[in-house]
Design a protein around this ligand. Structure first.
Ligand SMILES: [Zn+2]
Length: 144
């Protein structure tokens, strides 16, 4: 009796995100390789996730601002079991990345062997196109 070989993980899927009037500009920018966050015009807070109201001061005066797409791993975990569209993609890395500008995004770390990932590792954004008007921002170790 032989043990079946484990099949290699599939590429990380890029499921289509929900797009609404508050987030349309953000998702359109991702298809052009640009990462945007909101900034409050009254208190200057950078706002993540995208929304119309500043969570710091309640202002409705927010504008889009492009950020560098660079940051550091704030926290991460290696998922060994995928659900829904991620079934068959395990293992994959789920992480919080703290952008150089401050906000922390939940995302995936890609193009990396989970064995050498560490908190504080510099990363840069890459965009995985869904093919339907949005691209998912994910991060890979910074290549200098
Ligand atoms: Zn504010």
């Amino acid at each position: 009796m032989t043990t079946p070989a484990a099949s290699p993980p599939q590429p990380l899927p890029a499921p289509v995100p929900p797009v609404n009037p508050e987030t349309r500009e953000y998702w359109t920018a991702t298809t052009r390789g640009r990462l945007l966050v909101k900034q409050c015009a009254d208190c200057d807070s950078l706002i993540w996730y995208p929304r119309a109201i500043c969570p710091q001061c309640g202002s409705l005066h927010t504008d889009w601002r492009e950020v560098s797409g660079r940051g550091r791993i704030y926290s991460y975990t290696v998922n060994h079991r995928g659900e829904g569209p991620y079934q068959g993609a395990a293992p994959f890395v789920l992480a919080y990345v703290e952008l150089d500008e401050g906000p922390r995004m939940m995302t995936n770390i890609v193009e990396a062997d989970g064995a050498y990932l560490t908190v504080g590792l510099p990363v840069e954004v890459v965009f995985h196109d869904t093919g339907e008007g949005a691209a998912l921002p994910r991060f890979r170790p910074l290549r200098s």
